[in-house]
Design a protein around this ligand. Structure first.
Ligand code: ZN
Ligand code: ZN
Length: 372
């Protein structure tokens, strides 16, 4: 029996990310190991790529059209989200659960009826690491930390579920043409004489001759990646890199079945400003290379940016957030590569005990050495 619709569906573009099983009507969820939609109830599975939902090619959208809010309605979707009162994450929640913890900070969140109207994802990197493997990676990582408080290691061993979350990113493409002016430095040596201890001595000294230069460089940027979320500290998400974006699939909501998706909270223009800073660093390197010589001084770089396109994409992250003695800790795992990143609470008692043990050993060695 198919589940009844949660409410009367108001907008046609609303995404629920629930797909009833063809055989029994229970919900399918995306199975990372098989790459299929699989029914948790009867085991029936359905291929995504060959199924009736077969995606279209991965396309870029024009940045200026979007910035002027003139994207076609087909590129916009509305999802039901709850906003975390602590970290402001906007996360989609299952319609049939009422109160949940925020997956990013473990703060209780009451499911609201808030709606997020946003640019549809274009691409999704499907989960490749199943939950069991993610959980093992977390317990292994934690098990290797002798200084973690025992309570925490027990907590991890208890087999608490991890949350599979698709985190929002922007990627930008752009053609850049830059004119620059600066100076090229050439190193040369002179022999100087100087007095020391009443004697005249000589030494070789390096000097730089500067010549004014100007020129042009150009570069096409492909898929400059910018995090579109504020829920995870950057040091986590940066530590999850690299992502293999060549594995991106055209977005289909079926990939989200059984997972959660976070709505972006960094808007398109803000994201582009950050992408621009990343591009500027590369352009500066190009300019230094173009100036050549032994040293370079850059006076001015004037960059024209054109043909800017973008994609909203979703990248897979396994996440476990927990509160330990009132403080939030998180483990994050790259759902594509399995790379683990986490916060390590230190047990002051264990560290103090280890320091004391070391001090005793040193004292004992010193004592016995003194006896001989
Ligand atoms: Zn079924
Ligand atoms: Zn939160």
């Amino acid at each position: 029996m198919p589940p009844p619709p949660a409410e009367t569906m108001p907008a046609a573009e609303e995404e629920t990310h629930r797909f009833p099983c063809e055989q029994c009507g229970a919900d399918y969820s995306y199975d990372p190991a098989a790459g299929t939609l699989t029914c948790g109830h009867c085991g029936h599975s359905e291929s995504i790529r060959s199924g009736p939902w077969k995606g279209t090619a991965l396309q870029e959208l024009d940045f200026r059209t979007a910035a002027a809010d003139r994207l076609p309605e087909a590129e916009i979707e509305v999802t039901r989200v709850s906003t975390c009162p602590n970290c402001a994450a906007q996360v989609e929640f299952d319609p049939d659960t009422h109160a949940k913890e925020c997956p990013f900070c473990a703060t209780p969140v009451v499911t609201g009826t808030g709606e997020s109207r946003h640019i549809k994802p274009k691409g999704v990197l499907p989960f490749a690491i199943p939950e069991r493997a993610a959980h093992k990676a977390m317990t292994d990582w934690l098990g290797g930390l002798w200084f973690a408080p025992s309570g925490l290691r027990e907590y991890a061993r208890k087999g608490r579920r991890m949350q599979g979350i698709y985190v929002s990113y922007w990627t930008y493409d752009a053609q850049t043409r830059s004119r620059y002016s600066g100076q090229r430095g050439t190193v040369y040596y002179v022999t100087e004489t100087y007095q020391q201890d009443g004697e005249t001595r000589t030494r070789r000294v390096s000097k730089v001759r500067w010549t004014p230069v100007s020129g042009r460089v150009q570069r096409f940027f492909d898929d400059v990646l910018v995090l579109a979320s504020n829920s995870l500290p950057k040091r986590y998400t940066e530590a999850l890199e690299p992502w293999d974006l060549s594995q991106l699939e055209p977005y289909q909501p079926q990939y989200l079945a059984g997972f959660r998706a976070e709505a972006y909270t960094v808007d398109l223009e803000t994201g582009f400003a950050e992408a621009g800073q990343k591009m500027d660093r590369v352009i500066e390197r190009d300019v230094r290379f173009d100036i050549g010589g032994d040293r370079q001084r850059i006076g001015n770089i004037d960059t024209q940016v054109s043909e800017v396109t973008f994609k909203h994409i979703l990248l897979p992250v396994w996440l476990a957030a927990y509160k330990y003695r009132g403080k939030t800790y998180r483990f994050v795992i790259n759902g594509q590569s399995g790379r683990v990143q986490g916060e390590r609470p230190y047990s002051a008692v264990k560290i103090a005990a280890a320091a004391l043990a070391a001090a005793i050993v040193i004292a004992a060695i010193a004592y016995f050495a003194g006896q001989q």
